[in-house]
Design a protein around this ligand. Structure first.
Ligand code: ADP
Ligand code: MG
Length: 396
């Protein structure tokens, strides 16, 4: 087990905290949603109260190892300061347009106790993603201890996630700890029965998830929707017209269907249209998908079946939207599932970036037991994969 922030002596120390402040920006480069910043406030408040000098390290966007002026971290100073003000945290926040070196050293010596300094975008340096030890060294020289409060990057073997953790006394921050404990408990000691709703697009991560849930976690039922279900339709022998599906996974889907016939639930009807942009929709049975159309949502009868199965659940884990929820004509299936979960007495756990966005879109986030900020990291955990960002931390 990793060390928790409270197990680490941070009082008056210089603490480097890896956060995930990879927030959405508008076309002027202004921050449009501060959820990811807000998540870290318990950790930042604690460090402030301990009189630590805190260096904040994040990536922002995809600068690909180069300095991109629209992705500098100075734009994060204002939203963070505003959140501090709202929460009554009276701390100074500043940014230094560099990642390491003398300029940063000088600024650290000027930093008051309990103050915060944002380092530059970690991905401006190509060595970050390569986990180059020289970069981790430069960061380790700046601080006494390392804290990781960026669960959403914990599946990455990057210098700011794993490299530096091995060089300094290290611990997890509070939001990271909550994420891992909640998601781990959902798959190791869930209230039974545990049912999983799965949709979205990528078979590459979903197949290992299905296998892990059925074989190791012992989930009772898996309900499949989204584009992912199309590959299963092909495996069932249905024509899918112009729908998105993945030919290379058809045989795996067949094997799963044979082996777990009584634990996999597939849609019986779907919403089809000519194109994602279309508003002309039609509900058809899965054995009558027109050759010129594509499947873009689950149908009403399927939703009813899903609701019936889920009504007996102790725990429901949901990853992957049921359709192209970004467009109103194809939102009903995803919205319907969200409403079923919102009204259920079961523990409801949401993983996946787009699934969280979908739940947010139908304003039901508050009705769920837990919505992970983890994106790919939560999926890796559901796949049963070890997370490099956890493995690199000191153990108690
Ligand atoms: P998450 O980020 O929650 O893990 P994914 O990224 O795998 O989920 O999938 C989300 C995307 O899947 C959404 O953008 C949605 O539009 C798309 N999607 C869902 N169903 C379909 C479908 N039938 N056809 C095409 N795209 C779909
Ligand atoms: Mg996604």
């Amino acid at each position: 087990m990793w060390k928790s922030l409270k197990d680490l002596d941070v009082s008056q120390k210089t603490v480097l905290v890896r956060v995930d402040f990879n927030v959405p920006l508008d076309d002027q480069g202004r921050v449009t949603n501060v959820k990811r910043i807000r998540e870290t406030l318990p950790t930042l408040r604690y460090l402030h109260e301990q009189g630590a000098r805190t260096l904040l390290l994040t990536h922002l966007g995809r600068p690909n190892g180069e300095v991109v002026s629209d992705l500098t971290t100075d734009r994060l100073v204002k939203p963070l300061s505003e959140l501090f003000a709202q929460e009554g945290i009276e701390a100074t926040v500043d940014s230094v347009g560099a990642l390491s070196g003398e300029e940063v050293q000088a600024r650290i010596t000027q930093l008051p106790e309990g103050g915060f300094l944002l380092l530059e975008n970690a991905r401006f340096d190509a060595r970050e993603k390569k986990n180059d030890p020289s970069l981790a060294q430069e960061w380790a020289q700046l601080a006494d201890v390392y804290v990781n409060d960026g669960f959403a990057v914990s599946h990455r073997d990057h210098a700011s996630v794993t490299g530096i953790a091995k060089l300094l006394p290290s611990a997890v921050g509070f939001s990271f700890e909550t994420e891992v404990k909640t998601l781990t408990a959902a798959i190791t000691s869930p209230r039974r029965p545990l049912h999983v709703v799965m949709g979205g697009v990528k078979m590459e991560t979903r197949i290992p998830m299905i296998e892990n849930f059925l074989e190791n976690v012992g989930a009772e039922m898996i309900l499949l929707g989204g584009a992912m279900a199309n590959t299963f339709f092909v495996a069932q022998g249905h024509a899918v017209g112009m729908s998105l599906y993945e030919q290379e996974y058809v045989s795996t889907a067949s094997t799963l269907l044979e082996r777990y016939a009584d634990r996999l639930v597939l849609p019986v009807d779907v919403v089809v249209a000519d194109a994602i942009e279309s508003d002309q929709t039609e509900v058809v049975s899965v054995d009558a998908i027109p050759s010129s159309k594509m499947v873009l949502d689950i149908g009403p009868q399927t939703l009813q079946t899903f609701a019936g199965v889920l009504s007996g659940a102790g725990t429901i884990i949901w990853n992957g939207p049921m359709g192209v929820f970004e467009r109103d004509p194809f939102l009903a299936g995803t919205k319907g599932v969200a409403e079923v979960l919102a009204g259920a007495s079961a523990d409801t756990i949401i993983g996946g970036g787009d699934t969280a966005a979908a739940v947010e879109r139908v304003t039901l986030t508050d009705k769920m037991t837990f919505v992970s900020t983890g994106g790919g990291a939560s999926l890796a955990l559901f796949e049963g994969k070890p997370l490099p960002g956890i493995e690199a931390l000191d153990e108690v």
